[in-house]
Design a protein around this ligand. Sequence first.
Ligand code: PEP
Ligand code: MG
Length: 557
Amino acid sequence: MVHGASELHGVGVGRGVAVGAVLTMPEPLSEPLEHSHGGDAAAEKTAVASAVAEAAAELQARAARADGAGKEVIEAAIQMAQDPMLADDVSARIDAGTTGERAVFEAFRSFQEQLTALGGYMAERATDLGDVSQRIIAALRGVPVPGVPESDAPFILFARDLGPADTALLDLTKVLGLITRDGGPTSHTAILARAKAIPAIVGVGSQTSIAEGTRVVLDAASGIVTVDPSDEQLADAEKRIADRAAQAAAPITDGALADGTKIPLLANLGSPKDAANAVALGAEGVGLFRTEFLFLDAETAPSVAVQQKQYRELLSHFSGKKVVVRALDAGADKPLAFLNDAHEENPALGLRGLRALRDKQQILTDQLQALKNAQDETVASGEPADLWVMAPMVADAGETQYFVDFGKKLGLKTVGVMAEIPSLALVADQVAKIADFVSIGTNDLTQYTLAADRMLGTVASYQSPWHPSVLRLVKLLGDAGAAAGKPVGICGEAAADPQLAVVLVGLGATTLSMTPAALADVRAELAGVTLEQAKAKAAAALAAESADGARAAAAAA
Ligand code: PEP
Ligand code: MG
């Protein structure tokens, strides 16, 4: 029998395999235009009333399937959808000539603004109200409701791209895997998918479509989606899913190579709330705490007290262990209102990272003071944490000196820099003499080395940390660290790719930090190679002429 299997190629995130039917996420709705309905107000009102009833019935059906807090939230949304004051506002706007769609849009928006102004619980409901208005407008247009589709059976989600909120709210009992048309390997969709251990393939091409309900095999390790697989392909995928589940259940040990060389495995975290899970998955400390994730919505710089409380909570999970905290990193992909005020044509090349902190030194002083205070508290409590602090996006020895002096003056003991700009790697020998440690951010280092925006799906094929140019920069840093007796860690997504993790160790990385969900795969891979073998793989990869060539050469060595 000739089978209909075909393949889509993208960039895999993680090592997972998933098998399931595809459901497509509808495109977001465009804002209703501001034109007039042309006279038939009664017909517009009838249409709106039936759209509201349709949306309420859909929500009612969802509420019946949910329980606990989820059920209460949906029931509150149903009540809001049928609020008489809202209905009156919509009617009044239609009477004034506005179309039903636009009237719903405007009335809900104004109600949302009132709720947001009240703050607290009411402000949280404002988001739900936005969801309700989208449902009503979709019903009026006769198009699918935007957002992640609902289904009783588990499925593989196919989307153009996902917003951070979509990814964060994914129901992991339903979404088996994720395929996106856009997005690169270090886009935040990919980072969140990895953090949630959802097998994902991003950037399969903006024109790609997959028929609704088609069965696919998603293999993140190879970056291949097999559409309509054969029985043998299905059986092979199911076996690999079972093998991975067995591997994840293996006992947790500290990171080490086959010859006993210790490679501490650390966690990348964005909130103290994620610390307990990281510890449970065997994180031996924290290799990157992204402090900016705590303050993405803040309008003004957070106070010393507010920060100190968060840092204290983080440190309390890691008594006696190393915790590397990064100073606020307002990157191109995650601007902070209180740090980035100017519009920049090319934000990735702008006043970001340490540059922005130097421009607003009080913010840097407050943050480092809060960190120092939090550490002092752990000492006083008799459970001292080993706090290390580093700066993002540092260019050279002069900037390294600036940050190290700044931190030491405030009493911090261990102060280092991130290697994210190629210039820093090129003068690694100078930097390693000044900094207490270096941590390599391979996401940005790859973006800047290959001049490929990490947010852009069209250049996803350039964004591989396997590229020999990136590996050569890592080697410069590893060699410089070894010569100066300073630790060189990796904290970019590259550390979460097991085969690449081995190569990075062979290039001189002394620790690896990653999203906790990746720890088991990396731990298992390291345990199978000696340092000599890792160095041989690294040498083979360095000599390759492309990212794919480096991956193949390392595998063959
Ligand atoms: C990096 O650039 O590799 C890194 C770890 O920092 P972020 O992903 O937060 O920019
Ligand atoms: Mg970075």
